[in-house]
Ligand binder design. Structure first.
Ligand SMILES: *Cc1c(COP(=O)(O)O)cnc(C)c1O
Length: 394
């Protein structure tokens, strides 16, 4: 088996029919067939590459080949965004009357699918505390079809025991879908723990340059075939140029993730003892309540961390205002460092209860980019010092 950095450079070679070293961009909406038979065959081929771009495109297949190899799954497919990956999978796998389990600490869009979209379609949902493996079992019902996992979770970096939940789900013939956006396949491979389908917002680390919206799904070919059929109907196809950019981003994923991991760990350690900070949420810290579980199922801890300020809402916002390298922006996983103060930025999108429970008012989410570690640590320390001295104001 070649190493994972080799895989990111070569895993698409078989779906790369041309001799150009950098693959061409197939900027075409449709493809031609020589006869009726070939036309019919290409239309029915799941995740094919030569019928119509909404059904599949060579640039899709190339990016998917790399993701499947990295995640250790039989197949993969790409979608127009992370949310397109999630909704397409969910619509393919559940019907009215079914029940879905999700986590209380989860990406806002995923929470909205669970709390709004699915109930509207007649699918009931239960959100559980993912730090308690027993909670998933308690939430199971005869009609449970799907469990949506996310670890580490956004924005509190809570960890789900993938092996335990996958084992439970298999015993009850329930499909598991894990959001691996924060970890990336370099730090965690949920399929190895028994999870059925892994998905990503490829907008984040997989593309890694903040210039593409994309999603991926990775899993067994038969399950992906079903999801692909629904994707043809939802029209969640990624544009060829964006698929090509995603492939370009994937080429350097292992190099970037190594730096993101180092930066995340250094920032967490630098801020953990700072007097302005009450708590740092980062699974790589020995003091993280789930550090042991995280270390068992992850080989690195990523570049995202949650910092809680003692002074609450105003201090968190003031900290953001003092950062030089971290820009106030709602994404993560790119080469550039970004930061959000969820309680103020997501004010209109979250209820009071969600703000205090899922998102503490004093919480800042830092997403370390690939800048030099010393620069990011100095930046965050100086901003925290200013918060403590009272010279930073919101
Ligand atoms: C950003 C994000 C998503 C949504 O992905 P989009 O590409 O924005 O649709 C889902 N899960 C997590 C953990 C994310 O950070």
């Amino acid at each position: 088996m070649p190493g994972r950095t080799t895989v990111t450079v070569h895993a698409d070679r078989e779906v790369h029919p041309h001799r150009a070293v950098a693959p061409p961009i197939y900027q075409t909406a449709t493809f031609s067939a020589v006869d009726a038979e070939e036309f019919a065959r290409s239309a029915l081929e799941a995740r094919g590459t030569d019928f119509y771009t909404r059904y599949g495109n060579p640039n899709h297949a190339q990016a998917a080949a790399v993701v499947a190899e990295l995640e250790g799954t039989e197949a993969a497919m790409v979608t127009a965004s992370g949310m397109a990956a999630l909704t397409t999978a969910v619509l393919a796998l559940v019907r009215a009357g079914d029940h879905v389990i999700g986590q209380k600490s989860t990406y806002g869009g995923t929470a909205s699918v669970l709390l709004n979209l699915l109930p509207r379609l007649g699918v009931s949902t239960t959100l559980v505390d993912q730090t308690d493996p027993g909670a998933f079992e308690k939430a199971l019902r005869p009609k449970t079809r799907l469990i949506l996992l996310e670890t580490p979770s956004n924005p509190l970096l809570r960890i789900t025991d993938l092996r335990a939940v996958a084992r439970l789900a298999r015993a009850h013939r329930v499909t598991t879908l894990a959001d691996n956006t924060f970890a990336t396949p370099l730090n965690q491979r949920p399929a190895e723990s028994g999870v059925d389908v892994v998905w990503h917002s490829a907008t984040k680390y997989l593309n890694g340059h903040g210039d593409v919206s994309a999603g991926v799904l990775a899993g067994p070919a038969d399950l992906l075939d079903r999801i692909w059929e629904t994707g043809v109907l939802t029209g969640a196809a990624l544009g060829p140029i964006d698929a090509w950019l995603l492939l370009r981003g994937l080429r350097t994923l292992p190099l970037r993730v190594a730096r993101h991991n180092a930066n995340g760990q250094a920032l967490a350690e630098a801020l953990a003892d700072h007097p302005a900070v009450s708590r740092v949420h980062y699974p790589g810290l020995a003091g993280h309540p789930q550090h042991r579980l995280a270390a068992e199922q992850m080989s690195g801890f990523g570049g995202v961390l949650g910092i809680e300020f003692t002074g609450g809402y105003d201090k968190a916002d003031a900290f953001l205002g003092r950062l030089a390298y971290f820009r106030r922006s709602a994404s993560l996983g790119g080469v550039e460092s970004l930061a959000v103060h969820p309680a103020s930025m997501w004010r209109g999108m979250l209820s009071e209860e969600q703000i205090t429970d899922a998102v503490p008012p004093g919480l800042v989410r830092l997403a370390a980019g690939t800048e030099d570690t010393a620069d990011l640590v100095a930046d965050a320390r100086a901003a925290a010092d200013a918060v403590l001295a009272g010279t930073a104001t919101a």
